[in-house]
Design a protein around this ligand. Structure first.
Ligand SMILES: [Zn+2]
Length: 237
């Protein structure tokens, strides 16, 4: 089976692709629902693991470029290889596909990626300012501050490289790409969507907090125990 050629797929793999197209279409509806996107901006992708251990046969499912959120059926979702080439589906993949693919190529544990221009998170990105860890929910979800990634233009690997280089140095599943907006990762697309919702929420709350007076930092050892408890105990039962 050559994963880049749908004609060679086994029925099981074809069904798995259909399942992920449905899942990714459903998750796209979460972005307008949580107020994270306007017009056609924003995208969710999920990795489909192939047989090769090195991930070279993996694929990703993402939304096509410039399609309205009202028209995001499972059949509209496109399938690409991890070089961003279209494997299955109609229409051009999202213009952010190269960045998603770069993350999957370089972070094997990542199964989902989300990108939005949500207002408050993007406002911090516009200032090139990391969001300091001043809320227990930030310790839980992000394990510390939300970092800022470099300025990068679309068209080559520089956005993907900026995301990966920044997130590798951090426990945060969210990075604010400077002058651009948030990218989030997760073990699957749902976890990455959750991180996109949470980064907007904390960006808004910390913004409002700072308008009222100085922020109070949380001591590092408290952040560590919050993160440890939330990631290892909470929600597992
Ligand atoms: Zn963007």
């Amino acid at each position: 089976m050559d994963h880049r050629n749908p004609d060679t797929w086994t029925p099981e793999f074809a069904r798995e692709i259909e399942r992920v197209r449905e899942y990714v279409a459903t998750l796209h509806a979460e972005l307008p629902r949580w107020g994270l996107v306007v017009w056609t901006a924003g995208n969710v992708s999920q990795r489909v693991r192939g047989e090769a251990q090195d991930g070279s046969q993996d694929l990703l499912v993402i939304k096509p470029s410039g399609v309205s959120y009202d028209d995001l059926s499972p059949e509209a979702m496109v399938v690409c290889d991890l070089d961003g080439n279209l494997v299955l589906g109609e229409g051009a993949p999202s213009s952010d596909t190269a960045a998603h693919a770069y993350v999957y190529r370089h972070m094997s544990e990542v199964g989902g990626v989300v990108h939005t221009h949500s207002t408050y998170a993007t406002a911090w990105a516009a200032r090139g300012e990391e969001i300091p860890c001043v809320l227990t929910m930030m310790g839980d979800e992000f394990g510390g501050l939300v970092p800022v990634g470099p300025f990068a233009l679309i068209g080559d690997d520089s956005i993907g490289r900026g995301i990966v280089d920044t997130l590798r140095e951090s426990r945060s599943p969210a990075v604010l790409m400077r002058n651009h907006g948030p990218f989030t990762i997760g073990r699957d697309a749902r976890a990455a969507v959750k991180a996109a919702v949470m980064v907007e929420e904390v960006a808004k709350t910390v913004h409002v907090a700072r308008a009222g007076g100085p922020l109070v930092p949380i001591e590092q050892h408290h952040i560590d125990s919050l993160y440890d408890r939330y990631q290892n105990v909470y929600g597992q039962h």
